[in-house]
Write a protein that binds this ligand. Sequence first.
Ligand code: NAP
Length: 289
Amino acid sequence: MRIKGKTKICVLLGYPLGHTLSPLMQNAAFSYRRLDYLYVPWEVRPENLERAVAALQVWENFRGANVTIPHKERILGLVDRLSPEAQAIGAVNCLSLREGCLFGDNTDGKGFLLSLQEEAGVEVEGKRILLFGAGGAARAVAFALAWSGARRISLVNRTREKAEVLASHLRGFAPSCHVEAHSLDGGDLPDLIRESEIVVNCTSVGLSPKDPPLFDHRFFEASSLVCDLIYNPQETRFLEAARRAGCRTIGGLGMLLHQGALSFELWTGEKAPLQTMRRALEGALGFRT
Ligand code: NAP
């Protein structure tokens, strides 16, 4: 890679930045498309976020950024404009420039929808969907599903109050979608799973193979499509149990890929080279293909 005076720069803004795969994926894409772009990690402590965003606005080579923990929410008030998605979700994961203004977007939910379409050929319109979790990822996915015409979304969370808050927020933004909140230890889980065409784990349970299961995996029904947002391990215990029960399954790599591809397209105006980006991710994670 040859870096020149006019090389355009994209950054990953977060703190701390440990094991991120975004630089690898984005630089592979720039290189494949022969674009004079470079993607670099930029660790910014929370107390310096305001100054960092001001610096982006005067950086002539700057073209875009991804935003990660802990800045996704606080950056909302520091950009010039927000997409409806970022506004509703209350978090920004992608910055781009539009007519010289800093534009905050959220590509996580759309990334999940694209992974459903591309990996399972599934559209969510009219579907009944069960989401485990009520954190940041669940929020992004739930809004995308509600806006895409899901008929019913059941939010199941360890802390029921958080599911209630998200449910009432969702109802305000997508009144035609029926949204319910449940606690993880309620007795209605087997019925909820049976009645859902799509089941998604949006919790962090399963990141470690030693994590105890979220619920009794014997409840899985073969008719459901089961998704896990976790991409490492490639197949979580949740997904393994679903596959053994006869369900179709999708891991979280597709969501990571598509949110990155959407960012790439916002920054460059070019179509993202999905295969190159996927290969970069799978190679780094040592996945079998
Ligand atoms: P978060 O905001 O911290 O939320 C964590 C969620 O997990 C909460 O609902 C929490 O329940 C639940 N949880 C945590 N430990 C639990 C336990 N022991 N038992 C039951 N529930 C538990 O995290 P997040 O940002 O939403 O991320 C969630 C997962 O999504 C992570 O694994 C992350 O890697 C993955 N993710 C993937 C992508 C992708 O591109 N594939 C993108 C974003 C996130 P409480 O509310 O009760 O605490």
